[in-house]
Write a protein of this length. Structure first.
Length: 142
């Protein structure tokens, strides 16, 4: 897999995890305002996911999907974790942690990738900025 394809796949997996995380916590959120923020973020992630898949397709890269076992494990872990949430603040804190982890992974990959197009680099940087903005939005609910 080329560096370009690896970067796009990392972007795709990052936003896919964000979408999964939002879908998992939505049912526990009490505040309508918080739900609206999460829904807006999920919509942004879906748009980025679509664009990353399209870019991968354009360069002939294959979209890697999680295996059934890893999807099941992630879902079980997330579902179990939501059982202990007692407030929107705890949900926001976990969402911030997950989003921060995504920023770290994409930034590390950006710093390590020399052989990617300016367009893909800009796309990855756009995701980092989106994630940083999302963290700021989530801080209101701590």
């Amino acid at each position: 897999m080329t560096e370009e394809a690896k970067m796009l796949e990392n972007i795709r997996q990052n936003v896919e995890m964000g979408i999964d995380g939002i879908n998992t916590v939505r049912k526990k959120v009490k505040s309508e305002e918080f739900l609206n923020v999460l829904d807006k973020q999920r919509s942004e992630y879906r748009n980025i996911l679509t664009e990353a898949g399209s870019r991968l397709n354009d360069i002939g890269g294959a979209v890697e999907s999680k295996t059934g076992a890893s999807k099941l494990y992630a879902k079980m872990f997330s579902s179990a974790k939501t059982l202990v949430y007692s407030s929107d603040s705890e949900i926001a804190e976990d969402m911030i942690k997950g989003t921060s982890s995504g920023v770290t992974k994409i930034t590390r990959h950006l710093n390590d990738s020399c052989d990617i197009s300016p367009s893909t680099r800009s796309f990855a940087e756009k995701l980092v900025k989106t994630e940083e903005k999302n963290i700021e939005e989530l801080k209101k609910f701590l």
